[in-house]
Ligand binder design. Sequence first.
Ligand SMILES: Nc1ncnc2c1ncn2[C@@H]1O[C@H](COP(=O)(O)OP(=O)(O)O)[C@@H](O)[C@H]1O
Ligand SMILES: Cc1cn([C@H]2C[C@H](O)[C@@H](COP(=O)(O)O)O2)c(=O)[nH]c1=O
Length: 217
Amino acid sequence: MPELVFFSGTMDCGKSTLALQIEHNRSARGLQGMIFTRDDRAGEGKLSSRLGLVTDAVEAAEGFDFYAYIVDRMSKGGRCDYVIADEAQFLAPGQIDQLARVVDDLELDVFAFGITTDFRSKLFPGSQRLVELADRVEVLQVEALCWCGARATHNARTVGGRMVIEGAQVVVGDVNAGDEVGYEVLCRRHHRRLMTAATARAAVLSPDVLPVAHDEA
Ligand SMILES: Nc1ncnc2c1ncn2[C@@H]1O[C@H](COP(=O)(O)OP(=O)(O)O)[C@@H](O)[C@H]1O
Ligand SMILES: Cc1cn([C@H]2C[C@H](O)[C@@H](COP(=O)(O)O)O2)c(=O)[nH]c1=O
């Protein structure tokens, strides 16, 4: 039975790498997929992994209709054996419904990849719809780690190096990039305490917590 599968995890846990591996393994066996993405860091119409691999993809912008696009391509003789959709958190709920229809009516496997929650730990609407509709939700096995060594389960946004909890839901960016707006993955405890690696380092270096011997004079 064809399936709608949602591969989810934090940022930087290997979702795009897995998407590229699935694409590689299937195309190596003569299958032909359609690859979609939205707002990848590498630019429009690209699906990229931090391991350096990148492939062309169809940019599924706002208003893009997956079902109509795939039906149109197939009716013109195009082949489609499976569908990959990366950065699926950015898709509108209606677009996720279209992907479910691709599974049910066109009988194609659809593999969607995305982060579940934003920097405020709130569900992205596209991810919420995927959780509601997917046949399976797969949490990636390669765990991203918080600076404390615990499993990272949350995405933090930093602006000018400081963790923020207000702002637009969508701001394309990266971890460890040194940009004005950046991201860092954290465990829940440290996300709740707004404690990034930099904040933790600063706390350790603070004279308030260092066991410094003060002059008695
Ligand atoms: N220099 C590196 N050497 C080995 N693995 C790396 C390197 N850089 C990134 N990775 C791996 O790639 C993962 C990120 O892959 P990517 O597919 O870009 O993540 P996602 O799409 O989930 O944000 C990291 O968690 C790490 O496992
Ligand atoms: C947490 C969070 C992330 N984003 C953006 C930042 C990146 O461009 C993508 C995630 O890509 P990845 O391949 O999973 O690293 O999402 C955002 O717009 N808003 C957020 O709250």
